[in-house]
Ligand binder design. Structure first.
Ligand code: SAM
Length: 264
């Protein structure tokens, strides 16, 4: 598959009524994931002046927090339906917040060194293959101010052994869904040992239509970020605990990892 056909397939999923329902529902009561809570401490009393770019904003889960904290908030997403949902939901609530279509791997409408905080939340960056993902990280670094923060989360390669396991449930509808997911995972992926042999892999977890997601070893991701001029100041697991040593990330229960970076 080419980068363009992968993008089209991803767009088809993220523009679908199912994706919209799932993300509008999951973002109704305002919440941040535990690994995102330390973002709030990054700027403390400076929030009202923080210029923020919120990439892959979806139906606005994170907007509910951050557009409340700063009037300099810009949320972008490449799925027009997601942006329409944000505009509909939040019209009038934050008059200065901007919601616009935009592809993370090409932020040409955003000048160098513009934002204090560039966020790509909830593994949205894993919707793309390696080269496009690298371009996206370089773009996030470019539009961030020196001294500013780049924060994103990404799937942990070490959780792959849990994905092909069948998760039994007594609920008949969910059981049927799980069977469909499980069959898709078996059919569309290499064996676990092969999938985990390299620093990263594209792997179908059965949850994003017929699309593969990107999984990476945390130490490989940290090395890539350093090579791009981003200092990794902290890493957190999806449940919120800090990953202090390499071994902490080599745990299948860590499904995804939050990377907190400082642009020097
Ligand atoms: C897992 S959802 C997360 C949505 C929202 N951030 C949340 O946490 O509820 C990922 C989002 O990233 C968006 N996305 C994926 N690839 C993108 C790209 N290349 N540029 C911009 N947005 C993208 C999708 O449309 C989707 O809304």
């Amino acid at each position: 598959m080419t980068v363009e056909s992968i993008k089209q397939s991803q767009l088809q999923f993220w523009n679908s009524p199912d994706a919209l329902d799932q993300y509008a529902y999951s973002s109704k009561p305002a919440f941040l994931y535990p690994g995102e809570l330390p973002i709030l401490g990054l700027f403390r009393d400076r929030w009202p002046s923080v210029r923020m770019l919120d990439i892959g904003v979806g139906a606005g889960r994170t907007a509910q927090y951050f557009a409340e904290l700063t009037p300099h908030y810009v949320g972008i997403d490449f799925a027009p339906k997601m942006i329409e949902a944000c505009q509909r939901r939040f019209a009038g609530r934050w008059p200065r917040a901007v919601f616009q279509e935009g592809d993370a791997s090409d932020l040409k409408e955003h000048a160098d060194n513009t934002y204090d905080l560039v966020l790509f939340s909830f593994n949205g960056i894993d919707c793309m293959p390696y080269e496009q993902r690298q371009r996206t990280l370089a773009e996030m670094q470019r539009v961030c101010k020196p001294g500013g923060r780049v924060v994103f989360s990404s799937h942990n390669l070490f959780c792959i052994p849990l994905i092909p396991k069948f998760q039994f449930t007594a609920h008949p509808m969910r059981l049927k869904e799980e069977l469909t997911r499980w069959l898709q995972v078996q059919r569309r992926n290499p064996p676990v040992e092969q999938a985990m042999a390299g620093p990263h892999v594209e792997y179908d977890d059965g949850n994003i239509g017929a699309n593969r997601l990107f999984f990476i070893r945390p130490e490989a991701q940290a090395a890539d970020l350093r090579a791009m001029g981003l200092e990794v100041t902290a890493m957190y697991a999806n449940h919120g605990h800090e990953l202090r040593t390499e071994g902490d990330g080599h745990d299948p229960r860590v499904s995804w990892v939050y990377y907190y970076c400082l642009k020097g």
